[in-house]
Design a binder for this molecule. Structure first.
Ligand code: NAP
Length: 308
């Protein structure tokens, strides 16, 4: 990949796609091909084929997907399954057929089995039952990963996959109904502080443990791997340390300046008890994250206040 290469970032307005776009620009890659969903709905096979056969991008970062937290997954199983299957099937196939040199597919740590041994190794995939609250999304994403592998095996198409842990950062979705835990908590604390509310309610027991990676670190890892990794095995991309949701909430409350109480609603689902990725293989390739959690959350909070 050279600074002149044509690079399609699918989903460039999302959390991951916007970070990849920023990162590519900052590294001198200027020939970026970007399409909003209203210009190119990636679920539409005919439109996707037409786009690839006329534009012929040389490299593709596939960061377009239907993404959301537990509530969104539980309420819209059909959308999570259909949209993700359609987007990834259309894009991977059209990229291969139009002669694309390489494609990077975004998987997710949510697609590992619910009770995978921790930290989760890449080989845990498909070794046990999925977390029921996001199985629709997980089934679709596993199919995407397998599709990338199958196109490499059958056609020699250079498709690679990464498995990021939970992400956060500028450009995140801060909606209270469809966001992930970290942005949802940031917004709840911010609003509680503004309105002088004495307690913030948090879904679940606060005991599940999670790992969080700044999205700019993920973007850096994606470019790193696009430039030097060519293997069918998906690679975990994580931060290396996890903490409980209670610890996260306490840290975020301090950062936001919320001084009230935390109220855990244990009638709501906890999701997977623990989720920490084993990043031995990525580390061995020479990549490591740069953001510490405190700095990352502070900069995300600054972004939220400027852009909410
Ligand atoms: N966020 C995380 O914590 C996390 C963790 C692990 C893995 N990942 C993976 O990273 C990838 C990107 O996630 P994200 O968090 O960046 O999601 P996001 O912020 O919701 O962004 C998704 C992007 O996909 C676009 N998109 C959705 N449906 C589309 C369609 N039919 N046609 C064209 N574009 C479409 C969206 O466009 P609009 O803006 O127009 O809706 C948006 O730009 C996903 O594959 C996800 O599995 C994310």
């Amino acid at each position: 990949m050279t600074p002149e290469s044509s690079i399609f970032v699918a989903g460039h307005r999302g959390l991951v796609g916007s970070a990849i776009t920023r990162h590519l620009r900052s590294k001198g890659f200027q020939n970026l091909i970007l399409r909003e969903r209203r210009e190119l709905d990636l679920r539409q096979q005919g439109a996707v084929n037409e786009f690839f056969s006329s534009v012929r991008p040389q490299y593709v970062f596939l960061a377009a997907a239907k993404v959301g937290g537990i509530l969104a997954n539980v309420s819209c199983p059909a959308l999570f399954l259909y949209d993700n299957l359609a987007i990834q099937t259309n894009v991977i196939d059209a990229a291969f057929r139009s002669g694309c040199s390489k494609l990077l597919f975004l998987g997710s740590s949510c697609i590992y089995p619910k009770h995978a041994p921790q930290p989760i190794e890449e080989d845990s995939l498909l070794t046990g039952p999925l977390e029921p609250t996001n199985e629709w999304y997980a089934v679709a994403k596993i199919a995407g990963l397998k599709m990338a592998q199958a196109y490499r095996r059958q056609y020699g198409f250079n498709a690679i996959s990464v498995m990021p842990t939970n992400l956060y950062g500028p450009g995140d979705n801060f909606s209270l109904t469809s966001s992930h835990v970290l942005p949802a908590l940031l917004r709840k604390f911010h609003e509680a502080k503004l309105h002088g509310v004495g307690a913030v309610e948090i879904w679940g027991t606060g005991r599940p443990r999670r790992e969080f990676l700044h999205v700019d670190d993920l973007a850096d890892a994606c470019l790193y791997l696009m430039l030097r990794y060519n293997d069918e095995r998906a690679l975990n991309v994580g931060w290396g340390v996890d903490l409980s949701i209670r610890e996260l909430a306490e840290k975020m409350g301090r950062i936001v300046g919320f001084t009230g109480r935390l109220r855990f609603d244990s009638s709501k689902p906890d999701g997977t008890p623990r989720k920490l990725l084993d990043t031995t293989r990525l580390t061995a390739l020479g990549w490591a994250p740069k953001f510490d959690l405190e700095t990352g959350i502070r900069s995300t909070y600054d972004w939220f206040r400027e852009n909410q």
